[in-house]
Design a protein. Structure first.
Length: 95
């Protein structure tokens, strides 16, 4: 789950009942929250690596997949990756 955005990064997720996971990896105060809100061309490698070591990575990704208006890296996936994954699921089914 991306950390709560600063004033610079307003995210819809925080207004649509974002999950409240206990002790997510992204909540570490030593981590700059800006890494979870990359520019379009930024692959967000550092943010995705933090997500990979989080025990909530799957639930977090599932939450963000529900609504593509949610910005940032969630569950190790950027917005573009989630959009592409949703398109693939729609084209090929979830089987």
């Amino acid at each position: 789950m991306s950390p709560k955005p600063t004033d610079e990064h307003e995210s819809l997720a925080w207004s649509v009942n974002a999950p409240d996971f206990s002790d997510p990896a992204c909540a570490d105060p030593a981590i700059d929250p800006d890494i979870f809100f990359p520019f379009d061309s930024d692959p967000a490698v550092e943010a995705r690596e933090i997500c990979r070591r989080c025990p909530h990575v799957m639930e977090c990704a599932e939450f963000a997949m529900r609504d593509l208006r949610i910005l940032g890296v969630w569950g190790g996936l950027t917005w573009t990756q989630r959009k592409d994954l949703k398109r693939q699921i729609k084209l090929h089914g979830s089987n």
